[in-house]
Design a protein around this ligand. Sequence first.
Ligand SMILES: C[S@@+](CC[C@H](N)C(=O)[O-])C[C@H]1O[C@@H](n2cnc3c(N)ncnc32)[C@H](O)[C@@H]1O
Length: 207
Amino acid sequence: MMRTDLERAARSARGFMPHDEGLCLYQTVLEITVQGPIVEVGSYCGKSAIYMGAAAAETGSVVFTIDHHRGSEEMQEGWEHHDGEVVNRDTGRIDSLPALRRNLEETGLEGSVVPIVGDSRLVASHWETPISMVFIDGGHGPIPAHADYDDWASKITPGGFLAIHDVFPDPADGGRPPYEIFLRAVNEGDFEEHAAVGSLRVLRSSP
Ligand SMILES: C[S@@+](CC[C@H](N)C(=O)[O-])C[C@H]1O[C@@H](n2cnc3c(N)ncnc32)[C@H](O)[C@@H]1O
């Protein structure tokens, strides 16, 4: 069971992670059986990171959560997911890093969730440590979504997990790229579906 104070904090954090899907991320982290840290692409204000960090704190693992904190295309002004509260008043640019830091401080998860501020492609190009679980929830357009799959899925240790958010088999429900990379993982990669809750899909790589 997730600690009730952390569950409350995750539920109230600003972001894009329904509670049942967040609990699935929490449970998946508890089920990790291989070595290596966890990587999240797309921290935003840390909502999903609280779920994963709560479990990592229990197991002694660590979540590296990557974001440039400038928002995805669909989060810019005039787009569907824009939130003026996350705009820096001095620069006029999106900056979700302060909210992430505050959430990690308030939940006491700074020892279990480590923010990496930067572009996921750039970080991946320097990343060599095998990973026990990757959660892809960064840019949802075709180029960033496929790049995140190309860059990060191959770094998962055999037996580790790949989670993908906003997977919509029916185009009427949402954009295609997360579903496309889910299909790539199943068809081209060495992954099998492990869990599905809402639009979250969790796959496990062959041991
Ligand atoms: C859908 S939000 C993540 C939501 C978050 N997981 C939650 O639980 O609320 C996507 C995030 O990905 C980030 N992002 C988009 N493209 C990126 C890239 N190429 N590198 C790093 N971060 C990126 C955006 O800045 C945004 O904060």
